[in-house]
Design a binder for this molecule. Structure first.
Ligand code: FES
Length: 164
């Protein structure tokens, strides 16, 4: 998402989102959600524009984007995997699962595989605490997740199968 090099269209779309929320209290979050909804991610090139429009430092804008795991810095992969790392899931092996997932996909949490097939994300409680480790694959909830099941579900997702 090259804001300036793409002519005015991308910049105009970003500006329209900013204008829609600029007067609100705590406008940055709704603006970020709006940009992510518009483009599927929040490109680093947008940060200076937001900082200038909202009278914030670039570091502050960047800090908010990186604090919330919902915001992506690059387009999401075909399959999005979000693993819960909150306390209840941690107590039943969430960190092991995160390490396994990072090894299986060859990316760190927050990254997308180079072929664009999988984005690995984290979340802090999916409301499925009794069935941890909990995971979400393309928005669908799974409990008692482990490495083998994760791989199996992803193979099925890549084959276009329902991952139920
Ligand atoms: S702590 Fe993982 S779903 Fe609640």
């Amino acid at each position: 998402m090259a804001v300036e090099s793409a002519g005015t269209s991308v910049a105009e779309r970003v500006r329209a989102v900013i204008e829609a929320h600029k007067g609100e209290r705590g406008a940055l979050l709704p603006i970020l959600h709006g940009i992510q909804a518009e483009f599927g991610h929040i490109a680093p090139e947008v940060v200076p524009m937001l900082a200038s429009e909202l009278n914030m430092s670039r570091a502050d804008v960047h800090g908010v984007i990186t604090f919330y795991s919902d915001f992506l810095a690059e387009p999401a992969g075909t399959t999005t995997v979000r693993l819960c790392r909150a306390e209840a899931c941690q107590s039943v092996g969430a960190e092991r699962l995160v390490a396994d997932a990072e090894q299986v996909f060859g990316v760190k949490v927050g990254q997308t595989t180079p072929d664009g097939s999988v984005t690995l994300g984290q979340v802090f409680c999916l409301g499925n605490c009794a069935l941890g480790p909990a995971a979400q694959i393309n928005g669908r909830m799974y409990g008692r997740m482990d490495r083998a099941r994760l791989v199996e579900l992803l193979v099925r997702a890549e084959g276009g199968e329902e991952t139920a």
